[in-house]
Design a protein around this ligand. Sequence first.
Ligand code: NAG
Ligand code: NAG
Ligand code: NAG
Ligand code: NAG
Ligand code: NAG
Ligand code: NAG
Ligand code: NAG
Ligand code: NAG
Ligand code: NAG
Ligand code: NAG
Ligand code: NAG
Length: 760
Amino acid sequence: MVLFNAIAGFSLASIALASPPQLHARQNASSPCAQVSASVAAQAAVAVATPTVAASLAYSCITSVPFNQSAALDLLASIVPYFRWQSNTVWLKDPPKEYAEKVQPAVDIWGGLKEIKSKAESGSYDNEFDFGFELYTLLQSTHDGHFVFVPDVVGTVFNWARPVPLVSISNGKDLPKPFVYPDVLAEVLGNTTFTPSAITKINGEDALEYLEKVAQRGSLQDRDALYNNVFYQLAAVSLGPTGSGIGTFAGSGRGRWVYPGPETKLEFENGTSITYTNFARVLIPFDGISSGEYLYSKWFTESELIETEAESAPAPSNSSTPTASSLPAPGYPPPVIREENNLIGGYYLEKDYSDVAVLSVPSFVGIEAQVQFQQTAEKFLGAAKAAGKKKLIIDVSANGGGTILLGYDLYKLLFPRGVGHAAGDRFRAFESTDLLGHKFSKVAEGLPRELADPEQNETLYNLQYDVVSSIFNYQTDVDVNDENFESWEDKFGPVKVKGDNFSSLIRWNLSDVETPLNSGGIFVHGYGKLTNYTQPFAAEDIVVVSDGYCASTCTIFSELMRQRAGVKYISLGGRAKPGITQAVGGVKGTNNFPWDSIQFLAQYTITNLSSTPKEAQYYNSTELGEYWSKTPFVRQAIGSSINVNFRDGIRDGDETQTPLQFVYEAADCRILYTKEMTVDITAIWKAAADSTWGGKSHCIAGDLGGYGKKTNRRSRTAEDKVLERRMKQWRKSLNVADYPLDLYTDLTKARLDMNGYMWP
Ligand SMILES: *[C@@H]1O[C@H](CO)[C@@H](O)[C@H](O)[C@H]1NC(C)=O
Ligand SMILES: *[C@@H]1O[C@H](CO)[C@@H](O)[C@H](O)[C@H]1NC(C)=O
Ligand SMILES: *[C@@H]1O[C@H](CO)[C@@H](O)[C@H](O)[C@H]1NC(C)=O
Ligand SMILES: *[C@@H]1O[C@H](CO)[C@@H](O)[C@H](O)[C@H]1NC(C)=O
Ligand SMILES: *[C@@H]1O[C@H](CO)[C@@H](O)[C@H](O)[C@H]1NC(C)=O
Ligand SMILES: *[C@@H]1O[C@H](CO)[C@@H](O)[C@H](O)[C@H]1NC(C)=O
Ligand SMILES: *[C@@H]1O[C@H](CO)[C@@H](O)[C@H](O)[C@H]1NC(C)=O
Ligand SMILES: *[C@@H]1O[C@H](CO)[C@@H](O)[C@H](O)[C@H]1NC(C)=O
Ligand SMILES: *[C@@H]1O[C@H](CO)[C@@H](O)[C@H](O)[C@H]1NC(C)=O
Ligand SMILES: *[C@@H]1O[C@H](CO)[C@@H](O)[C@H](O)[C@H]1NC(C)=O
Ligand SMILES: *[C@@H]1O[C@H](CO)[C@@H](O)[C@H](O)[C@H]1NC(C)=O
């Protein structure tokens, strides 16, 4: 994640909603979009928050938007400069054999883009949606969660949904089967006479095959992680609307952008079947929208949107978190301490598990809560030690990453003397990155490297934020020998690998005085003022559990925990196939770059860093002059993020220099989800504790080595007895109504501009 204090982006949501729609001349009451409009109006009359219509009607409406050839070609041209920043296109085109066999097939990004362009040129798209969805799918098919562009026609108007979330569960030994989640909830919480029946077929197809296809529409690369993401997950639910919610099957996360067909027919083992009508959420005002043509002119053209841009510059944010209210976390026990957005929380377990502490980390923070995150981790580990806890479970389920240096910080809190880099990082070496590096390095040479006080000299502070601490300054970061680079040329390379050019390998300089400018305000434990920390737990007393969603910063943290510290990893769930699975199944690129950050860098070099008009003119005539177009930002779906993967991580000593994204890595143990685990998260943690230290393995594949001896339980303390009572009360209080079935991914309130993060 990269943070910029100078915000050059603008909020599309407020722009697009700013001008009220006018009545269109060609009213057609029978057109699908007019029918949507009428239905939305009727729902507004009874004050429905987000109106919905039948999925089939929404699909008829969105596919009635005509294809605009010249606008499509303009969009395709405008995205090319940003695609150049994507670090791994040569590996995507020709991935290692093991990746292609076990993970995902090859994707030719540049070839695919060319194909879409020639189809646009020959006018072979029936409508705008066919075009937009093909473009979306080209990026999604890379299964690189950092490579995202969602065209307006795919995500601005409708989000798709199925009215029932599912779970995939087993008795802990046999391969899992899919179930309707509310059935499982009813069985586990109270209705003892009810026995849910497994789903055998969906829309007439074998259920497992159908769900694996649904899974492939997700953003992760690992197929078992993708499969888990289809279902209701307590960790994802605890993140509220900024998580992947109730699963892609029901329309959360990436499921919201894929038309699920008109209905979903489920057939069960007990012989019954149920048919559900799929639906779409209507995300924009629909009054006066009488046709696909009108929808196009109102929502998918630049002219409409640019008018109001000036008014909608974002207010500089100084708040610690966007939402002050605590989010519910159904199925989680009372915490010892928990960050208010549930990004991190600490828990204790009772009875036989009274020596176990659990740190639940479903996010490394994509919002301004870095300081709170760090404090929560530090306080909880201190409290756990003080309370005499001997073992630590870290649950990274649902963790799509966040601030890179928080991943480093959590590892360094646990292993203060551990090796200080996860991998060697590098980016694509090409004209844009070279020009930026030369200029930024030159400007930085005239400035001090320190933490300026913004109150004292705001200009200097901004320069340190934007230029001095930037990766494009050669004085930032260190080389593979932990030494400073001597010049931009030294840092830039280029190094030729697999026919493409890359920078030299770089590492974070965690002693850097400017670290807070890259970390959202924190210093990293183990460095500078934060050196006086002792390791709280031995590596063999820690285990990490994961549903595989672990992406981005979570994969950096995992590389540090596994490769550096030797901590064991447990993967949960997965497809109904035997054998071991990966615990880390999300994008392993080591830095996500939002396109508005890239545009800012280019424009800032031309308009702000150039010392003469002649120099500005020079930069404007280079590749840096190719980022002026507003088209990608205007044509992006409201409430979506646009990103590329900027840095790859290369493991120390890997002679093939393969980005970690393409390296397959089995977990140490695989545990299947049981019914209880989908309702009470402590069931997962207890199975992890048993398998790691308790002498009772739940691993259906892999094992946790020599740890499996039952440790001597300590005698119960007064605190233990209080906790036992509290846990008993909590379990009794669990109620079906507390598990939301209508929680959907909604990023319109998240601050997406400049925040590089794998949003769901
Ligand atoms: C009205 O919409 C219907 C259904 O899309 C279409 O068949 C018809 O041609 C439209 N009429 C006019 C006048 O646009
Ligand atoms: C198609 O897009 C172009 C911009 O490329 C725009 O000028 C034109 O008005 C659009 N056509 C329609 C029918 O909206
Ligand atoms: C238990 O489930 C049955 C069958 O779905 C239902 O008729 C009954 O009302 C439920 N009882 C409770 C207490 O929820
Ligand atoms: C069969 O199982 C489904 C799914 O659990 C359930 O909804 C339905 O009520 C069951 N039917 C019978 C006849 O038990
Ligand atoms: C911004 O936050 C800081 C630290 O919380 C505070 O001292 C300062 O007054 C705030 N500034 C504004 C403009 O709210
Ligand atoms: C603030 O910093 C800038 C850049 O180093 C410098 O040119 C300027 O003189 C400083 N202003 C003050 C008031 O110190
Ligand atoms: C790599 O850099 C060399 C010059 O150093 C250049 O000739 C070549 O075209 C570059 N390759 C790519 C794929 O950009
Ligand atoms: C890291 O940063 C510090 C402070 O900014 C600097 O003094 C040092 O030279 C840098 N490099 C290394 C290798 O520590
Ligand atoms: C380091 O921590 C220890 C134990 O907490 C404390 O006694 C000592 O004073 C600390 N040293 C410094 C330099 O802060
Ligand atoms: C760049 O320059 C423009 C115009 O001089 C100014 O409005 C803007 O604030 C500057 N941007 C930054 C990030 O300094
Ligand atoms: C950059 O060049 C474009 C033409 O390619 C021109 O429209 C624009 O005004 C120039 N901007 C600056 C700041 O020179």
